[in-house]
Design a protein around this ligand. Structure first.
Ligand SMILES: [Zn+2]
Length: 356
């Protein structure tokens, strides 16, 4: 074995031995590639280079690769309104579950936080970023619905600082730990120390004034059994939660498509200037509602048609024709297949019931 390969091996082992998951390994490989090239140009001085490389790794690696750092950076979308925009991806060990939009609204009493993200670490890093930016402790937290990427950061706050619709609170109480365990399976160490903290307060639909800022809470359903939307009167910003997706295929594990479409109609009637979808880019028009509605209508109609043609679940998955505007949505194929699994059995039963 040459000096170079020995050196490579020792560094590679050290990087993985720190056990900080794929993010760190990804950063190590980005760090490591130029050094490997440098080594190849100076193979005759292996000992010296090996020592330099090892020293560089010791000096720079821990500082540049803080383990499980989400690198959260809020984007200002309106006066006093900020969003942490997640990636339009599935949960992975690379993204740590940062696939969701969270945000906050500044008030004189401190920030009103909307959703806390997928893990304790995310919630704590988000809170630190907000309090650093605003110079005040967070005033209150609203949770839009009981999906794990939206509420598993709750541990960053006391339970009585967190408000959600009653059904959302009940669902987190009943299923929160299972949802956390499942997410742990998908994103790994990012979830360390994460437990489901149940919001202690019930959200009341209607007006909410915090620190002089007037908001409106809308209690809807359809994406789940309870979906909270938040409207900021001053900037006409609408946080739609997962009732609205944009440029990313909607998820449907707990969906009631009819109720969801009715909720979209309600949101569409609001006089908003900016809309924050649960996943996907922020928009300044109704395009995200139009897209989500069109997708759900297509999904419902094509699956109903497949049941009437007598197709089984696998045949439906394979034979439904997908319009190009939906095929190009982020994570479309996986979400479509999951939706067929979620929705098709009940639709088959409904078609059989009507035929009798
Ligand atoms: Zn959701």
């Amino acid at each position: 074995m040459t000096h170079r390969s020995l050196c490579s091996l020792s560094l590679r082992q050290r990087g993985e031995g720190w056990g900080e998951g794929p993010l760190v390994r990804g950063r190590l490989s980005r760090f490591w590639r130029p050094l490997t090239l440098a080594l190849s140009r100076h193979a005759g001085r292996g000992d010296l280079l090996c020592a330099v490389v090892a020293l560089s790794g010791l000096l720079t690696f821990p500082a540049s690769a803080a383990p499980f750092d989400y690198g959260l950076h809020a984007q200002k979308i309106a006066d006093g309104v900020h969003v942490f925009e997640g990636r339009t991806e599935h949960f992975t060990r690379d993204n740590g579950g940062d696939i969701v939009n969270t945000g906050y609204i500044e008030t004189a009493a401190g920030a009103l936080v909307i959703d806390t993200g997928p893990s304790r670490r995310y919630g704590e890093q988000m809170r630190a970023a907000i309090e650093s930016a605003t110079g005040k402790p967070v005033a209150q937290v609203l949770i839009t619905h009981a999906h794990p990427d939206h509420f598993l950061g709750n541990q960053a706050y006391a339970a009585d600082a967190i408000t959600a619709l009653p059904v959302t609170r009940q669902t987190i109480q009943a299923l929160g730990e299972d949802l956390a365990a499942n997410l742990y399976r998908m994103v790994g160490g990012w979830m360390e120390g994460t437990e489901a903290r149940v919001p202690a307060r019930d959200a009341q639909p209607g007006a909410l004034v915090i620190g002089g800022r007037s908001l409106k809470l809308l209690a809807l359903r359809g994406h789940t059994d309870a979906d909270l939307a938040v409207y900021d009167e001053k900037t006409r910003t609408l946080f739609a939660g997962d009732l609205v997706f944009f440029q990313r295929a909607p998820t449907t594990p707990n969906a009631d498509l009819g109720a969801w479409l009715e909720a979209l109609d309600q949101l569409d009637r609001l006089d908003f200037a900016v809309l924050v979808p649960g996943h996907g880019p922020v928009v300044k028009d109704h395009a995200a509602i139009v897209q989500t509605r069109a997708y759900l209508k297509w999904l419902r109609a094509s699956l109903q048609d497949a049941t009437r043609r007598g197709l089984d679940l696998n045949e439906a998955m394979a034979q439904v024709k997908v319009p190009p505007e939906f095929a190009k949505l982020a994570v479309f194929r996986d979400e479509f297949q999951r939706s067929v699994v979620h929705l098709y059995p009940a639709m088959e039963l409904e078609t059989l019931r009507r035929a009798k």
